[in-house]
Design a protein around this ligand. Structure first.
Ligand SMILES: Nc1nc2c(c(=O)[nH]1)N[C@H]1C(S)=C(S)[C@@H](COP(=O)(O)OP(=O)(O)OC[C@H]3O[C@@H](n4cnc5c(=O)[nH]c(N)nc54)[C@H](O)[C@@H]3O)O[C@H]1N2
Ligand SMILES: Nc1nc2c(c(=O)[nH]1)N[C@H]1C(S)=C(S)[C@@H](COP(=O)(O)OP(=O)(O)OC[C@H]3O[C@@H](n4cnc5c(=O)[nH]c(N)nc54)[C@H](O)[C@@H]3O)O[C@H]1N2
Ligand code: SF4
Ligand SMILES: [Mo]
Length: 743
């Protein structure tokens, strides 16, 4: 039954976790508005959140499974779709053995609540060993540095913006992204508050973004030079004898090794590589020394670049050297109410951090994942071990992954591709079977991921607004897909779910029989309840009085705030020394590559990426209100560079790299460092085989055709999407160029 009236929930689209109200009239979501009563967001919202109703009613959103015969798609019953999948999987397993399948999980795999809880079970039962994800096109370097420094890939320090005196952002633009690996109700508002109380904000970014324009200082460094920049800052701290571990004294291992490394990176020696005056580095160090509390934050610009792991590491190194880690007003660790992430690490216990070798390129899987940029070659290169079957879930690598031109050529070679996705888009059009999730308004939601990145412990349980009728429960679909790929098509999914739940309970020191008796109803809700009950504020199944259960959130439609973050170093670290490892050997092994780069000083024109408030990676471009208006998929270039190249604002230009070439409108602008150009990712919706009516009319160009698969951050394997050497010419000139790129 669809209930007309006002439904309170939280928006799942980004880490802002805004409280919203959905007004349902006549069975339709008539409007979505900010919920001023929401205890977390207090009325904050952005244009994307207001479109959740439009998204639900989008006629292109898939409501039934789809199966493909040649180029013809037809809607199928769930049983028919599973049968087709079973047949295709059987063929792949017979011809190529049980290990010919790979999986690629994307951004929506974390936000589709059921998928986020069941993808671990699905992957485990599928027996898939080659796991890829958008993680290696995103935060993998930060996962690696957190694992090596603090013993847990998700133990990522979060800036305590509300209590700091100095906020420094490297490579993040919360004005567009709303914050990432940093959940805050309103980052820009908190920056204003900080400045109003006499604090300072510094933004380090090759582009003078809206965030940079709202700061006290913009440092427009060269892309990829953050690690050298921060080593220069650390050099000054050591040289002035200003390293102050404060409360971390005795908890840090490797300080002497760090001191030795840092000695080689004086501000003068790195300034040319960073493309700024040495004095800027010295002044920043000075400001860190003189400021009581500082919070340093790095995001996608520090990860998806040539020295992603070194830059991610140095952010936390500077926090340690100034005594600002694990301290109010510095950077702290969260205490999520429902810490599912601890349960579902991609790296099973006991597995080495770096393991195996990819077949074609010979690179290791880091933290259990092969680099996304390897996937095209693993599909396209014949020989034993070639990928013949692919499972994608909540991902659109045809637009989002590096070298996407090659990937799109490789996908048709697959003998079986199944996608858990809600659209027939640039990736899923290559699938043989697409299995849709319920819409976001047909799903329950509790943002287990975003609270992990939040220095407030709290929660918000949102029951579905609309019933997901005429389909099996989503968890059954996800579990069954894993079983089919694993060669057990007739497996009992209920028994699998019970087994999974028992395993999770045991892992948390809870008696499994007692847990299953207490929570007999199968599905994602009981996993959430288990996570809350075994979390830091949980009731441990009645053992702790006043502890939380899911019930505590059910009658709190405006959410529940529990507590602020507290220092956690005292809990210890699962590192080899049991302390914070400030100079992990694996990270130091990459210093030599940085030293070489610092000496080389490349002066090519380079491409970086950007985001926009009204867009979400590749997939919200099918909503008219978000794409209408001024063209957003443009190449931004400094006006002096445009003049040098003989180009004018608004004209079409050909943009090429070693990987390929695209044509895009030019937008000149003086808020970008000369020598750097910027493009948004996620566009390029021109493929007529997709079913995205609105997006096709606002197609744009796919910047990832230009991201070479060979450009990776060496130790993490993460894609380099920023700092790509490119050439820009008038679009009507012959396209052959020094890179030998093909269109
Ligand atoms: N050049 C460049 N490339 C980038 C980036 C960049 O900055 N520059 N950023 C990178 C980053 S940080 C990321 S995270 C990746 C994202 O990479 P991906 O995760 O591969 O891409 P998305 O566009 O987020 O795709 C989400 C998919 O989920 C589907 N979907 C929507 N709703 C649902 C749902 O409810 N359930 C399911 N199962 N699916 C749903 C959509 O149709 C879409 O196919 O892109 C990366 N690519
Ligand atoms: N509206 C909106 N919100 C989103 C998303 C979205 O697509 N749209 N995507 C979500 C996802 S998946 C993610 S991961 C987050 C990302 O969140 P953010 O990291 O805040 O996202 P961006 O806006 O891409 O900001 C990256 C910045 O890094 C800069 N940069 C590029 N190269 C370098 C470099 O070498 N060094 C430095 N210091 N800076 C550099 C770019 O110029 C850009 O301003 O956003 C999330 N939120
Ligand atoms: S800021 Fe993020 S959570 Fe808030 S409405 Fe926008 S997309 Fe949703
Ligand atoms: Mo991301």
């Amino acid at each position: 039954m669809i209930q007309n009236g006002l439904h309170h929930r939280s928006c799942p689209l980004c880490e802002g976790m805004c409280g919203i109200t959905v007004t349902v009239e006549g069975g339709r979501a008539a409007s979505v508005r900010a919920n001023r009563q929401d205890v977390w967001s207090q009325g904050h919202i952005c244009p994307k959140g207001t479109t959740l109703g439009t998204l639900h009613h989008d006629p292109d959103r898939l409501r039934t499974p789809m199966v493909r015969d040649g180029n013809a798609w037809k809607s199928a019953s769930w049983e028919a779709a599973f049968e087709r999948l079973e047949m295709l999987v059987g063929g792949v397993r017979n011809r190529h053995g049980p290990h010919a399948f790979a999986a690629y999980g994307g951004n929506m795999a974390g936000k589709d609540t059921t998928l986020s809880r069941y993808s671990g079970l699905m992957l485990a039962t599928s027996g898939i060993q080659q796991i890829y994800s958008s993680g290696t096109v995103d935060q993998h370097p930060k996962n690696l540095s957190a694992m090596l420094m603090f013993g847990n890939e998700w133990k990522i320090p979060i800036p305590d913006l509300d209590n700091t005196d100095l906020f420094i952002i490297f490579g993040g633009n919360p004005a567009a992204s709303k914050g990432s690996i940093f959940s805050h109700r309103d980052v820009m508002g908190a920056m204003r508050d900080l400045r109003a109380r006499g604090g300072r904000v510094i933004v380090v970014d090759p582009v003078r973004t809206q965030t940079a324009r709202s700061a006290d200082q913009w440092i427009g460094l060269r892309p990829g030079s953050d690690a050298a920049f921060m080593l220069g800052v650390a050099h000054v701290l050591f040289a002035r004898d200003a390293v102050r571990l404060r409360h971390l004294e005795g908890l840090v291992e490797g300080l002497e090794s760090l001191r030795d490394i840092v000695g080689g990176f004086s501000p003068q020696s790195v300034a040319a590589h960073c493309g700024i005056e040495a004095m800027i580095i010295e002044d920043l160090a000075e400001e860190l020394i003189c400021t009581e509390r500082s919070a340093i934050y790095g995001r996608i610009g520090t990860c998806t670049q040539s020295f992603g792991t070194l830059a991610s590491w140095m952010i936390d190194v500077l926090a340690i050297l100034t005594g600002n880690l694990d301290r109010r007003g510095g950077s702290m660790w969260s205490r999520p109410v429902a810490p599912l992430v601890d349960m579902l690490s991609m790296l099973p216990a006991g597995m080495p951090i770096v393991m195996g070798k990819s077949r074609v390129r010979g690179v290791p899987a880091v933290l259990g994942q092969f680099p996304a940029s390897c996937m095209a070659e693993e599909i396209a290169t014949p020989g034993p071990g070639q990928i013949k079957g692919l499972l994608t879930f909540g991902a659109n690598p045809a637009l989002s992954a590096p070298d996407s031109g090659r990937l799109v050529q490789a996908l048709p070679l697959l003998e079986c591709m199944v996608s858990l996705d809600n659209y027939l888009n640039e990736t899923t059009r290559h699938a043989h079977v697409i299995l849709p999730s319920p819409s976001l308004l047909e799903s329950e939601h509790f943002d287990m991921w975003s609270w992990v990145f939040c220095l407030t412990s709290g929660g918000h349980y949102s029951p579905p607004v609309f019933p997901a009728t005429g389909r099996p429960e989503h968890w059954r679909v996800v579990t069954r897909v894993g079983a089919i790929i694993g060669g057990q098509p007739n497996a009992d999914v209920e028994a699998m779910d019970d087994g999974y739940f028992r395993g999770l309970a045991t892992a948390h020191g809870i008696d499994e029989d007692m847990a299953i008796e207490a929570l007999p109803e199968r599905g994602p809700t009981r996993i959430l309840d288990l996570a809350i009950r075994t979390g830091p504020f949980g009731d441990r199944f009645g053992t702790l009085s006043n502890g939380l259960t899911l019930e505590s959130f059910r009658d709190k439609p405006d959410g529940l705030i529990i507590a602020p973050a507290i220092p956690r170093a005292i809990e210890g670290f699962k590192t080899p020394s049991g302390k914070i490892e400030i100079a992990p050997a694996l990270i130091l092994s990459d210093i030599h590559r940085l030293e070489q780069a610092v000496r080389t000083n490349d002066s090519s024109l380079v491409l970086v990426s950007r985001r926009h408030l009204r867009s979400l990676n590749s997939w919200m471009h099918n909503i008219d209100t978000l794409v209408k208006g001024k063209e957003r998929c443009t190449l931004q270039m400094h006006s002096t560079d445009a003049a040098t190249h003989g180009l004018v604002n608004g004209e079409m230009v050909a943009l090429s790299s070693v990987a390929g070439e695209i044509v895009v409108p030019l937008e000149t602008n003086d808020d970008i460092r000369p020598g750097v150009v910027s493009m948004p990712h996620g566009w390029g919706h021109g493929d007529p085989q997709t079913r995205l009516g609105v997006a096709q009319a606002h197609a744009g160009s796919n910047t990832n055709i230009l991201s070479p698969g060979t450009m990776v951050d060496v130790i993490s394997g993460n894609a380099v999407l920023n700092g790509i050497p490119v050439r820009v010419t008038k679009a009507d000139l012959p396209s052959g160029n020094e890179f030998g790129a093909a269109i």
